[in-house]
Unconditional design. Structure first.
Length: 273
């Protein structure tokens, strides 16, 4: 079972604190796998492998734009979050999940399945999307050639010029992914551009990659005015997570319901003893 909760707009510091709380509860077996869905005010996050050189804006410019900066423990480089972007934080115990072959999922398997869920979400709106080898995330292409197809725009290259990681570019990156795993439990997750102001990505080299544009669902669909609300898209994203992880999904009413569930689990543990 995957339970999910849409929280609306949440300050990044509060989201970090909430993830820490839920990771502890999941590690203790007091809650099941939970997917948090929300959006953030403008913020830049630096992952474990990040280089400050990939932040192109000065501290003064970031401050004037109201963009905060956080150094965090997820994988990946620098990422932008902002209004109109669907954020997903899966608090999942990898030991509770299995691949289609029945094997336990590792972190890389987990990321690939997250990509598949978001590719499926793009498909709901008629947007062709896929994966690019060696580049984590989800990519769109006007001609639909993403998975190993010929370059449709230009080559994507890590900003540090590293060799061995150059791949064909798609029409644009629509979703960034970076996770952290502690004692088998995941945190952090994905950022999926819905109506995000793409101009804000000029503040950084997104995910440490140059030469590849960033796109959004609003930009890729035929009729942007017909896009449903971010909350509606969040519900659709949760359903696709259920499909790729082969688990039923259930919406939670609010955080209070989740915390009550955790408290109930404490009572059961005491009774069992």
């Amino acid at each position: 079972m995957i339970e999910y909760l849409y929280l609306g707009r949440v300050d990044y510091s509060e989201a970090l604190r909430l993830q820490e709380e839920l990771v502890a509860l999941r590690s203790e077996g007091r809650i099941g796998n939970v997917l948090l869905l929300l959006e953030h005010p403008p913020v830049l996050t630096l992952g474990r492998n990040a280089s400050r050189a990939n932040i192109l804006a000065s501290d003064e410019l970031l401050k004037s734009r109201g963009v905060t900066l956080h150094e965090i423990n997820r994988g990946g480089d620098v990422t932008y979050h902002g209004p109109g972007q669907l954020i997903g934080y899966p608090i999942f115990d990898l030991r509770s999940l299995r691949s289609s072959s029945g094997n336990r999922l590792g972190p890389v398997d987990f990321v690939r399945l997250m990509e598949q869920a978001l590719i499926g979400l793009c498909g709901e709106f008629g947007v062709p999307a896929g994966q690019i080898p060696k580049l984590t995330g989800v990519w769109c292409s006007e001609d639909g050639r993403v998975d190993g197809g010929e370059p449709s725009i230009q080559s994507c290259r890590p900003a540090n010029g590293a060799e061995g990681a150059v791949s064909p570019a798609a029409g644009g990156k629509i979703a960034a992914i970076g996770i952290h795993v502690a004692r088998g439990v995941t945190s952090h997750g994905f950022a999926f551009n819905v109506t995000t102001d793409l101009a804000d990505f000029a503040l950084i080299n997104p995910c440490g990659i140059t030469g590849c544009p960033v796109t959004s669902l609003e930009r890729e669909v035929a009729n942007p005015e017909a896009l449903p609300s971010l909350e509606s898209i969040a519900h659709q994203a949760a359903l696709h997570f259920g499909q790729v992880f082969d688990e039923p999904v259930r919406a939670l009413k609010d955080l209070a319901a989740l915390r009550a569930q955790a408290q109930s689990a404490v009572g059961e543990l005491i009774t069992d003893r």
